[in-house]
Ligand binder design. Structure first.
Ligand code: HXC
Ligand code: NAP
Length: 278
């Protein structure tokens, strides 16, 4: 895909991406660096971070990585302080780190529920608060993007810890957009449909499920990482700063397809629809 942006769109931007060593977080990190940003990435696995940091350094610019479990506020504080001191004032935060698995709700242990909610909801809170404290103290503007899901508002069977956590993230996004607007701190969310990543596919996609998702999507395909990077870069760029507290869906129309009562008629043979004519 040809980027619609100038190569220096994110020059002078300094962006922390949680879970930036792999999956969509890695694509965001590499994409932002290509547009001139300095990027800080964190996650639990050092080897994964090192590999992505090496790719970032090949693109050029100054970047930073450190290990961190976003469930632990002290580790988050260390990473956030490290990112501010090695890159200078951060301008953006992407809360992207997530954990998720498929499990019938009656079989979930308390620890299983807490593991996912701890990463997605508590982790987003820890990172957002730690970064915003710096911004508010220094009277500096900032932009937060929370990577959400469409089932934050539809709900979904079999992934209830993630559903509850993402719904909380969406509520947090909207609440803080209002609370911190006066500090010139904007918060938005992005709700992706299916985008192929190793983490999501390993944890959530039994054989045949990718085909199911593609077949039921109005666009008949998965999302591309470039599409997600482009949307996030636009939100960070400063060109659309009046967007605050919103959640932008990028799913090919997937959730609407499931919601509209008569959408199922698209699979009914035309001659059967003819029978409705009087
Ligand atoms: C039931 C499970 C389980 C499973 C773990 N547990 N996997 N229960 N079914 N498949 C339980 C464990 O038994 C344990 O409970 C508790 O969860 C914590 O497990 P740990 O392995 O100790 O946790 P931890 O090492 O912290 O790992 C966190 C994790 C793991 C969430 C469990 O899956 C992870 O690290 N995931 C990161 C990658 C990921 O999930 N990516 C997907 C993101 S995609 P007990 O009671 O035994 O102690 C996404 C949206 C996708 O979010 C939408 C796609 C279209
Ligand atoms: P992924 O490939 O599994 O990546 C998740 C990232 O989060 C990894 O880098 C992981 O690194 C990090 N992470 C997990 N637990 C962490 C923790 N406790 N502390 C710090 N980092 C942690 O997932 P993905 O598919 O790229 O998803 C990225 C985001 O998009 C998530 O918020 C997900 O919910 C959302 N999303 C994805 C899809 C999709 O189709 N892929 C659809 C909708 C929404 P470590 O394991 O090294 O910690």
């Amino acid at each position: 895909m040809i980027s619609p942006f100038r190569n220096d769109l994110l020059k002078d931007h300094k962006i922390l991406i949680t879970g930036g060593g792999s999956g969509l977080g890695k694509s965001l990190a590499l994409g932002f660096a290509t547009l001139g940003a300095s990027v800080a990435i964190c996650g639990r696995r050092r080897d994964v971070l090192e590999e992505t940091a090496a790719e970032l350094n090949k693109i050029g610019g100054t970047h930073f990585f450190d290990t961190c479990d976003v469930r632990k506020p002290d580790e988050v504080a260390r990473v956030v302080d490290g990112a501010f001191s090695s890159l200078g004032q951060l301008t953006g935060l992407i809360n992207n780190a997530a954990g998720n698995f498929v499990c019938p709700t009656e079989a979930l242990s308390a620890n299983a529920f807490n593991a996912v909610v701890g990463i997605v909801l508590n982790g987003t809170f820890h990172c957002t608060q730690a970064v915003a404290k710096h911004w508010i103290e220094k009277k500096q503007a900032g932009s937060v993007i929370n990577i959400c899901t469409t089932y934050a508002w539809t709900g979904s069977a079999l992934v209830v810890p993630s559903v509850c956590a993402k719904a909380g993230v969406l509520a947090m996004t909207r609440s803080l957009a209002v609370e911190w607007g006066r500090h010139n701190i904007r918060l938005n969310a992005i709700a992706p449909g299916p985008f192929k990543t190793e983490g999501a596919w390993k944890n959530l996609m039994p054989a045949g499920f990718e085909k199911f998702l593609v077949d039921k999507n109005p666009m008949k395909r998965l999302g591309t990482h470039e599409e997600l990077v482009t949307l996030a870069a636009l939100l960070l760029s400063g060109s659309v700063n009046y967007i605050n507290g919103d959640c932008i869906t990028i799913d090919g129309g997937e959730w609407l397809q499931g919601a509209g009562q008569f959408n199922g008629l698209l699979t009914v043979p035309p001659e059967q629809l003819e029978q409705l004519k009087r």
